[in-house]
Structure formats: structure tokens, C-alpha cells
Design a protein around this ligand. Sequence first.
Ligand SMILES: C[S@@+](CC[C@H](N)C(=O)[O-])C[C@H]1O[C@@H](n2cnc3c(N)ncnc32)[C@H](O)[C@@H]1O
Length: 263
Amino acid sequence: MEPDLIAGGYDAVYAAVPNSPTLRRIWHESAEGVDFPEEFGHISFTTLLELKRMAGELHLKAGDTLVDLGCGMAGPALWVAREIKAHLIGVDASRVATEQAAARAKELGLGEQARFVVGSYADTGIEAGTVDGAMSEDALQYAPDKEAAMAEVARILRPGGRFVFTAYELDPERAAGLPILGDNIVDDFRPALAEAGFTVTAYEEAPGWPEPMTATYSAVVGAKEALMQEMGEAATNVLLLEMALTLEHKPYQRRILAAATRE
Ligand SMILES: C[S@@+](CC[C@H](N)C(=O)[O-])C[C@H]1O[C@@H](n2cnc3c(N)ncnc32)[C@H](O)[C@@H]1O
């Protein structure tokens, strides 16, 4: 699927998400976990424990520059930026997501240390070698060209900079031909990382996989009527299509956490 179609789908979802207490409740209870600070809520499966691990693996210090790829509303990245007192640049293909992330940064008093740009994994528009650390949560499986995405992260990071992400490895047979996931089916991110000049220091299956994805997606699909009322038909259909396809076809092999150093 073309990146602008993905962005269009996400635009519709992000515009409607703030209207849906049902989606927020399901996500908080089943996906991010009840201990995750609500003001940094998100739409990935990042728990507070995992986010603390990611923040530690970034090896950043106050004043450093952090990039979040596929940042969405940027809850996890803003949490890290606040903890470390880092400057944040969030990149997402969805304009609506970047606008919401910027508004949220301002509300949280982080407006001075965060900015958000519309861009793609392969073309962030960020100057080469200016970034100290990069993160991404549950977004890189959508990259239409994973090697180009890794090469772009290597380009913007300074030597020694760290790249820490969670993402889904795709199952080549089950993911083939499914919309959204496209035809760049990658079942292991390590070759693309090595090709881009990274040394991989951690590459692990996320604890609990495939829960809580199954529980969260099943709860969201089951709440269709409430979501239709709160989010409207178009956004609900985009959201439920991806979740129903994921539950039916199981295109993900596993969810991994990776940490790597740019040489
Ligand atoms: C599952 S969401 C995760 C968002 C965020 N990381 C979070 O924790 O809530 C995946 C994000 O990837 C973004 N995305 C998808 N394809 C992209 C691309 N080619 N370039 C940049 N962002 C993309 C979507 O717009 C969406 O915000």
C-alpha cells in the first residue's frame, strides 16, 4: 500500500481518537497497562516497563536530540524527552498525528523541547549526523522499504548514536498480499540494521507476545457500535479493518525490541 494511503487512514483515525473514551479505556486497560501515565497515552503496545528499558538503552543525556519515527501522538517519546530533558523531533506520515503531538507537547509544558515534522521513515528531512538517539514504537513494520528506513536512521544519527525500537517481524506466508503491510515482508530486522552500519546489541521477543495484542484487538472489534458512535464510520472502519485482518490472518511472526549502535 502506498505511504500516502496509510497516512490518509491514520489521519482519519487520529482525528477521531480524541472523541472516543471507549477506545482510550480499552487501550489503557489492555495495551499500555493501567500504570501507564494517561497524559502520555498512545496507540502502540508500549508498557511503562518497556518504555523505561527503551529510555535506558538510548544512552542519552540532558540536551541531547532524540528522534521518534512513526511517532503518532508521541506519548512514549514525550515521556522519554521529559525524563531525560532531551530535545525531541517526532516524525510521522500523518499530518494530523504531528499536529496532535505538538498540541500535547505544549499542554505538557514540553513545547520548547519538542517539534514534529511530517515525513517518512526513508525521508525524515533531518540534517545528517545531528541526532544522538532514535526510537520507534510498533511502527517500522509499515515501512515500504525497511532497508531504506534503516539507512535513513543511520544517516541522521551521529556515530555512536543509539537506535532503539519495537516492531513486528512479519510472517512471510501470512503477511503476503495483505493491505497496509505491503510487499516488503521482513521477518528479521537485523540484516537491514547491519547493512545500514549498525551493531545490534539487543534483539529480543517482547514479553507476553502475542498478548496483549489479541485481547486488545478483540475488545476493540467487540466495541464496534460504541466506536461508530464516538469516532464515526470512516475512522472506525479503518481501525477495525486492520485489527480484524490481523486477528484473522496473524501476519506477525512476533513483536521484538531491538537496540543498536551506529558505527
Ligand atoms: C501503530 S502507530 C504507532 C504510533 C506511536 N509510535 C505510538 O506509540 O502511539 C504507527 C505509526 O506509524 C506511522 N507511519 C506509517 N507508515 C509510515 C511511514 N512510511 N513513515 C512515517 N510514519 C509512518 C503511522 O502514521 C502511525 O502514526
